[in-house]
Design a protein around this ligand. Structure first.
Ligand code: NDP
Ligand code: MG
Length: 396
């Protein structure tokens, strides 16, 4: 590794953002924080700015910008505070930035991530929703700009590590039979079905193996996270939905596997700590210390596997259907899910109604071919409106 790389961390105040900063802080000779962005946790963003002294910070509105700018100026920092989506896109595409950690949650990350792609950056992609929404356009833009796209999602990072470097020739051409995408099954893997009606946001967010933001935690509990990851894997590795099999593996030690035609199955293992994929992608193709403890196989002792239950987890089936339908179907699915998860977190609906809302939206809104970003954004808006109508009729 040579030189000091300038890193833009979109979503710095979140779970992935903080893990990224933890890794960066271990290697000050290699990485420097160029930009940090936050949304609601602005006191945390201020503390991060004081610690990492970025060139830029981005906040959602002018009032928050004035306040943060004042504090940073009086502390003698050179940081300029920018505002809103335009500010996010500006720092993501800034000529001095080498790598962008795309770690904003949900559709809000789409435009800034695409700005980094268009500018040909090295993109460390955590924000799976951006790729799910705009798949074909996103991948075309990567090819056009020559951006380097590295997956942060632990499963996709594992698959990337298990594939040969020339996998872009096609999975068939490099001898891959299928991709085995592992899933923990989340906190409700064994909860009696009737009890799912009563589960709370706190229970849904208490993931057995991973500590994550609230939206992805609920997605893990409903297995929509695995559904989004199936779509994400199709785009990243040019796979069909049929080439991807979901495997329940409750210990989250194997992060995914690649099955080759000669019967070899390659897996990537590690403790469930996002600093491993983050370090892998930051340093790729080199390796750096991530701070993650070595894997203790004797303590783990056993690894279990089972097939997913689509009655218990209808979101997985809905996502697979959207992946097969293509066009704007994944954008509709994603937007309906974002609205439904927010409503569940606000206690306006019960947990099983997340899948009911998504199913209703996918039934009433028909998928279109994707011509441009406007088509994707229109589908996103339609699905949000349709989910809103469902909530006003049935939600509390
Ligand atoms: P968090 O909720 O912890 O963090 C989300 C980040 O996005 C925060 O910095 C938040 O700012 C910011 N943000 C939220 N809404 C907006 C908005 N409208 N505009 C701008 N910024 C916004 O989520 P995670 O870190 O857990 O997840 C981030 C992404 O990474 C998600 O797409 C998730 O699916 C993916 N991912 C996460 C994993 C994990 O282990 N956490 C694993 C694999 C993927 P603020 O906090 O200041 O409000
Ligand atoms: Mg994952």
């Amino acid at each position: 590794m040579s030189g000091l790389q300038q890193i833009c961390v979109l979503g710095a105040t979140g779970s992935i953002g903080l893990s990224t900063l933890d890794v960066i802080a271990r290697h000050p000779q290699h990485y420097q924080v160029f930009a940090l962005t936050g949304f609601r946790r602005l006191a945390e963003l201020q503390a991060l700015c004081l610690r990492y002294r970025p060139r830029y910070a981005v906040v959602p509105d002018a009032g928050a910008a004035r306040e943060l700018q004042g504090v940073l100026r009086s502390a003698g920092l050179p940081t300029d505070v920018l505002v809103g989506e335009a500010g996010l896109c500006e720092v993501a595409a800034h000529p001095e930035v080498d790598a962008v950690m795309a770690a904003i949650v949900g559709a809000a990350g789409l435009k800034p991530t695409l700005a980094a792609v268009a500018a040909g950056k090295k993109i460390l992609l955590a924000n799976k929703e951006a790729l799910v929404m705009s798949g074909a356009l996103f991948m075309q833009a990567v090819r056009r700009s020559g951006a380097v796209l590295l997956p942060i999602d632990s499963e996709h990072n594992a698959i990337f590590q298990c594939l040969p470097s020339d996998y872009a020739r096609g999975l068939g051409a490099v001898g891959v039979r299928r991709i085995l995408l592992t899933a923990s099954g989340g906190p409700f893997r064994e909860t009696p079905l009737a009890e799912l009606e009563q589960v709370t946001p706190e229970q849904a967010c208490a993931h057995p193996n991973w500590s994550m933001g609230r939206k992805i935690s609920v997605d893990s509990a409903s297995m929509m996270n695995k559904g989004l990851e199936l779509i994400e894997a199709c785009w990243l590795f040019d796979a069909t939905p049929a080439q991807i099999e979901v495997v329940i593996h409750p210990q989250s030690v194997i992060h995914s596997l690649v099955d080759y035609v000669d019967g070899s199955v390659l897996a990537q293992l590690g403790n469930p700590d996002m600093r491993t994929p983050i370090s892998h992608a930051l340093a790729w193709p080199a390796r750096i210390d991530s701070g993650v403890a070595p894997l203790d196989l004797f303590r783990i002792a056993r690894l279990d596997f089972s097939a997913p239950d689509e009655v218990r987890f209808p979101c997985l089936r809905l996502a697979r259907q959207a992946a097969e339908a293509g066009g704007t179907a994944p954008a509709l699915l994603n937007a309906a899910n974002e609205v439904a998860v927010a409503a569940f977190l606000e206690r306006r609906i019960r947990f099983p109604e997340i899948a009911v809302i998504i199913d209703a939206v996918l039934t009433t809104e028909s998928a279109q071919a994707v011509d441009d970003l406007d088509t994707v954004l229109a589908a996103d808006a339609c699905a949000r409106a349709a989910a809103g109508v469902w909530l006003s009729r049935h939600g509390r």
